[in-house]
Design a protein around this ligand. Sequence first.
Ligand code: DP6
Length: 397
Amino acid sequence: MDEGSRMWMVTCTAPVNIAVIKYWGKRDEELILPINSSLSVTLHQDQLKSTTTVAASRDFKEDRIWLNGKEENINHPRLQTCLREIRRLARKRRTSGDGNSNTLSLHHKVHICSVNNFPTAAGLASSAAGYACLVYALAKLHGLEGELSEIARQGSGSACRSMYGGFVQWMMGVKEDGSDSIAQQIEPETHWSELRVLILVVSAEQKPIGSTAGMQTSVKTSPLLKYRTEIVPERMKEMIDAIKRQDFETFGQLTMKDSNQFHATCLDTFPPIIYLNDISKRIINLVHRYNTHFGETRVAYTFDAGPNAVIYVREQHVDEFVEVVKHYFPPEENGEQFLKGLPVNSVSVSEHLKSSIQMDSIKSGIQYIINTQVGPGPQLIQDANLHLLGEDGFPKQ
Ligand code: DP6
């Protein structure tokens, strides 16, 4: 291929992350700077991931993007920010002389194609994995290494945490330009190998208010959110310590308390924001009754801006807890797989446990469960067959 029509192409994948200390509220809307630090667990890409292919060529007339098979508006401000910041960084590296002379011209337009392997109906924040993947892929295309979470953050706040695997904190930072508001890995994915994550996909009719708009109203109207910013620094320390010591009791309790406080600030917002539904509340009750029965924290819930529960649990308790969930939320017999992801063994639930839980069962309250674990950060895909864009630079199907 002659240099004039050469096309550069890179494909990457990036993970979803679920916060155990929540980010809620910005001090700068443009730069996406938070009012508190947050901490999350990166989920494994075998179960949940975004895949993005980026291509650059002199033949492309304009930057374009396709998301989950549909062309979207490339002029979305946050998308434009990520493109601009990556190009700015590439220019800087090049003029400072540490760029690779074999890299593409910064004037080339890009085609971007991105898909998620999980249904949008799962209600999982796809923007974190999506922006992390976009930024990582664009960086690889330009041969950029090093700190990129500052750019991912400007796509979607929580996306900065998806730039690393394992246990990740997003330090709020103090600088006005946001250069110290970055993500940092606390421990890698190999650190706490028995930790499992169950995503309980709850049946929901309503589409809840999005995080961006929700947190804006909370910042304006919730006095409780101001109080929360005073509490989080200490909670961050305790959480980091619990993770380092693999102390599930403390990890689980802090996770549940922080989720509850986040939803309390949502209710304290005016008009109130209600993400939890009746099924979510029943899951909360079930978890507490289950833990009380055993006299220890065996499972912990957390909820983001929607009704789905994310449950942290250690491997040795997965089978039993899943069986309990199935007992109180019997699945719809429509042939759809109820358990997805890592295998779960069928076990029996003791009458003793059932009598201490004492809850009515609700048929089809939970659509399905995804069983996953802690996973690594973004990955570069070497196999050219897996590119989402064809040789013409357009989506394959
Ligand atoms: C409840 O990162 O989606 O999931 O920065 O406006 O894009 P923007 O918001 P986003 O908010 C995530 C909120 C949350 C908590 C969390 O992930 O920490």
